[in-house]
Design a binder for this molecule. Sequence first.
Ligand SMILES: [Zn+2]
Ligand SMILES: [Zn+2]
Length: 236
Amino acid sequence: MGKGNYLLELLYPPRCAMCGELLDASDEKKCFCDRCRSLWEQAKEESCPNCRRDAQHCVCEPKYNRSRTVDSYRATVLYNNEKIKKLIYKIKTGYDAALYDAMAKELALSVMKYCQTDDNSCLSYPKRSKASVREYGLDHAKKLCYEISKLTNIPVLDVIRHRRGAEQKTLSAGQRGENAAQSYYIRDNDKIKVKDKRIIFIDDVVTTGATTVVCAALCKAAGAKGFYVISIARTP
Ligand SMILES: [Zn+2]
Ligand SMILES: [Zn+2]
């Protein structure tokens, strides 16, 4: 361990991303304590109350995807308990190398397992608003997307942009759809880059599906052949 790391760990000792318990500093790569690691593994097995399948195989369509603009949704866990909610909050609000590393690995596995990839495949993500990037210091989906790209060798197509507007989290389901429709866009001269692509869209949580459907519609209008969502969690 370098001296810099040592000093950093004195100031910010590694803590479990779910419960906050101090972790053994010698194990730099760990993001969960043993108890939370098994909670995480259990969460992956938990079944959706509607379709009775686990999050990876849940076949429920999010509210906004009635016209099947998004071709498929795959999540690692259900967004259904305080521990998972806390974990997602942690991902959204700051960078933790061990946690991002672990989540990128989970998502990369889902990509390889559930998305048929070829030369036209690329990764994308919903760009975070400038206000949120200022507030939290990072664009979390972008960061994950680029880490997954390194693990899978699938390139990132960075063309979905965010317009100034209200944040999704503060809105009701009805408002979310309308707001998402106005929040994202692809520049005219970027549209050609999207033609014939199969977009693997990386997101943290899928709730109503408003963001994913809007981004899928933008990509498909620009000629994308497919749009597949891979998220950490989804609301059952
Ligand atoms: Zn823990
Ligand atoms: Zn389901």
